[in-house]
Design a protein around this ligand. Structure first.
Ligand code: ADP
Ligand code: MG
Length: 729
């Protein structure tokens, strides 16, 4: 009986696999599998190299002859590393990365075999798009979509076992040009932000010609033994546990956070780090997280587009490398109830071609004013478009974190620390409507002098805020661990572009009326502070009081995905995205549809898994033990003992029987609720039905199952328990 669970535990006791990762200096392997500019210089003609660089800078297409030369150079490089196949690598809305491998090998018309990689193969491909979500954008008769090369993200070689594949990062669009992936809109939003930010920068510095968004993500994850994971069909099917009683020891001791990294996990980390280094992913930190079996890694920040690709790649690598170590990595936002879930903090900022971080306080009054302008514009953007930020992080997995009294709440607010709060208050109160005295106020605003104080303030920063300023960047902390960073970042770039554009218009209007430039800027900053300060919150984001306070302030607090997604398709959102050419109306509608579908499918699968596990694993074990108790009681009775001598058995038996009945009835009811939800044709209604009518059963069923776990003989319980999943390795 219960064989899988105990076999897995036996295997572990025999010594969980520690597969040593090769050690080498990071600089010796960093980027060795990337067609970097340095490599390009070596493999491309001068002309081709220049064309590649200029297209990276301008975003213009590489012309055909050049593309053909570049393709030849890339192939030469790849073949020198033993690559035989290539693929366009893209990020469809399923949330993972996608590849379709083709070989360089082909036959000429006369049958001569040869290896080739032509311009067409580099620039554009037509994968069969029909199996990727399109939200109705592709009618079924038009299944074609195409992938198009993104020269801004370098080609790389993915090694799987002994196989090596050349990967070309691409966008993925429908035949009629609508985006079907995360990258295409991200690139558009980066461009929108660039344009708007450069214009504002030019108030301060005419040399700024480009502004890049930057991203440094922090990836949280759980690692458990693969054998134990395989004995949990819920983990296999959904990435999380749908049942499991809280272990006697959870995270209350916080000993995991401060403890050393377990050996097996440490070997795994070094192995996936090495794979990442080869691909140019600049991982920098690794450490234990708060929950048992939970860890985090983070790179040095990069230009946003590349950082997003690197995070997507990393998640893939983490999954693959875990297998080598007979470990299972869980990227789900909430693999275990009762202990912390996982997020992916997105540290976001903007940098200029002149090397200035626009969210770093400056050293002179002039650069201070520039910092203040971008800082306050960010707050205003968050204030004006909090609903879109909330929608961008909505998913079935993240619903377990947001608003569930753990991790950031579903209320979008910004934390800036006491010091900057004081600065803003000072600006708001001191800058009057008369502009003549303003120069003086501005010069007094010596933010730089207080930088030590600022940093001090931020080391103690608020961990409960969904969007926190951390000294030289904003940290979007509410992003889910499994999410593609592009979703939230596209929103952030676009709302920032919107706010900066309006800011510029308002400042220009004042300048036209005769105000001095700095005075006009300061004045608009002041009005922005007044208009958006209600989104600032320094207190405990998890607290009951904040829920009330936020309601009083009129801040939205949407706790579930189906409703949070509404923000994607409001008139306001459509207009915003249209203005900045990030999404067309049709694309927005399609994306909304896809997100709803994803939600429905995930909850649907979880519902089925719960039903299956209850029927095939939980109830049989409980009934087996129930029978044992019945026999025991019968026996005691038979030998003439009276009721008082088997009252304990009777009580346990009664309790078990009650829970068995409950589980059985609730599963039946849930199935009915699922049928009713499935009968709805409108995706939004269906998602709401799944959320409000089906999902509540997950908790009530779980309650009884977890009670049974405590009552039933451990030796007949089939599913590995939390104490095993979390603490054995
Ligand atoms: P923590 O938030 O855990 O204290 P750090 O503050 O060191 O960690 O940094 C977290 C992440 O923020 C890292 O990936 C780091 O590279 C990134 N980061 C630092 N500066 C910037 C920036 N200007 N833009 C984007 N990300 C940044
Ligand atoms: Mg952080």
């Amino acid at each position: 009986m219960a064989s899988l669970r105990f076999k897995a535990i036996d295997n572990l006791t025999a010594g969980g696999e520690v597969r040593e990762a090769a050690t080498s200096r990071i600089t010796a392997i960093f980027g060795e599998n990337v067609f970097s500019l340095k490599t390009a210089r070596e493999y491309l003609s001068d002309e081709a190299y220049k064309s590649l660089v200029s297209s990276m800078k301008s975003g213009h297409r590489v012309d055909r002859t050049m593309a053909s030369q570049i393709a030849a150079g890339i192939r030469k490089w790849a073949e020198s590393k033993g690559v035989t196949h290539f693929t366009h690598w893209f990020q469809p809305l399923t949330g993972t990365s996608a590849e379709k491998h083709d070989s360089f090998f082909t036959l000429k018309s006369d049958g001569t075999p040869l290896e080739q990689f032509e311009a067409d193969a580099l620039v554009q491909q037509e994968p069969d798009a029909s199996s990727f979500p399109s939200g109705g954008l592709r009618a079924t008769f038009e299944a074609r979509g195409y992938t198009a090369w993104d020269p801004n993200s370098p080609a790389f070689i993915m090694e799987i076992g002994n196989g090596k594949t050349l990967c070309i990062p691409t966008i993925f669009v429908s035949y009629t040009g609508e985006a079907l992936d995360y990258k295409a809109p991200l690139l558009k939003s980066i461009e929108a932000l660039n344009k708007a930010a450069v214009e504002v920068c030019n108030y301060f510095d005419r040399n700024v010609t480009q502004v890049y968004a930057t991203l440094g993500w922090e990836q949280e994850y759980f690692v458990i033994d693969e054998g134990l994971a395989n004995a949990r069909p819920d983990i296999v099917m959904t990435g999380r546990t749908v049942f499991g009683h809280t272990p006697a020891k959870g995270q209350q001791l916080e000993d995991h956070y401060f403890g050393s990294i377990p050996e097996r996990v440490y070997a795994y980390m070094r192995d996936f780090e090495n794979e990442s280094y080869k691909l140019g992913i600049p991982l920098r930190t690794r450490h234990n997280e708060v929950a048992p079996a939970q860890f985090e890694c983070a790179p040095i920040f990069e230009e946003l587009n590349l950082a997003v690709d690197h995070n997507t790649l990393l998640m893939d690598i983490m999954n693959r490398v875990a297998k080598r170590h007979k470990l299972k990595v869980l990227l789900h936002e909430k693999p275990f109830a009762g202990i912390n879930g996982s997020g992916k903090h997105n540290n976001w900022s903007m940098a200029t071609n002149t090397g200035v971080n626009l969210l770093a306080p400056g050293k002179t009054p002039k650069t201070n004013l520039m910092f203040l302008a971008f800082f306050v514009n960010t707050i205003k953007a968050v204030h004006d478009h909090a609903d879109l930020m909330r929608a961008s992080i909505a998913s079935a997995g993240n619903d377990h974190r947001l608003g569930a009294n753990e991790a950031p709440p579903a209320i979008i607010s910004a934390y800036i620390g006491q010091y900057l709060n004081n600065v803003l208050t000072e600006v708001e109160t001191r800058v009057g409507d008369k502009f003549d005295e303003q120069d003086e106020v501005m010069l007094k605003l010596d933010i730089h002098k207080s930088i030590p104080e600022l940093l001090l303030d931020n080391t103690d920063r608020n961990r409960t805020s969904p969007f926190a300023f951390t000294g030289n960047k904003f940290e979007f902390r509410a992003v889910g661990s499994e999410a593609n960073c592009a979703n939230g970042m596209t929103v952030l770039n676009t709302i920032m572009a919107d706010t900066l554009t309006k800011f510029k218009n308002e400042v220009d209007a004042l300048i036209e009326k005769g105000d001095k430039k700095e005075v006009a800027i300061m004045h608009v900053i002041k009005t922005y502070i007044t208009a958006s300060k209600k989104v600032l919150f320094e207190g405990d984001g998890y607290s009951e009081e904040w829920q009330k306070e936020a309601a009083k302030r009129g801040l939205p607090n949407v706790k579930t995905t189906p409703l949070a997604l509404d923000a994607m398709v409001t008139d306001k959102a459509k207009k915003l995205y249209e203005t900045f050419k990030v999404y067309t109306h049709a694309e927005l509608e399609a994306r909304h549809e896809i997100e709803l579908e994803k939600y429905i499918k995930r909850v649907q699968i979880e519902g089925r898994v719960i039903g299956d596990l209850a029927g095939n694993h939980i109830l049989p074990a409980a009934i087996r033990y129930q029978n044992e108790l019945i026999n025991n009681i019968k026996g005691l009775k038979e030998i003439g003992l009276d009721g008082s001598s088997y009252s304990a058995q009777m009580n346990v038996l009664k309790e078990i029987s009650e829970h068995i009945n409950k589980v059985q009835t609730l599963v039946e009811e849930m199935t009915e609720a699922r049928k009713a939800a499935n009968a709805l044709t409108h995706s939004r209604e269906k998602a709401i039905a799944y959320c409000e009518k089906v999902k509540p059963y997950f908790d009530t069923i779980r309650y009884s199952v977890d009670k049974l776990e405590l009552l039933v003989d451990d030796s007949v319980w089939e599913l590995p328990k939390y104490r095993e999943l979390l603490f054995l390795r």
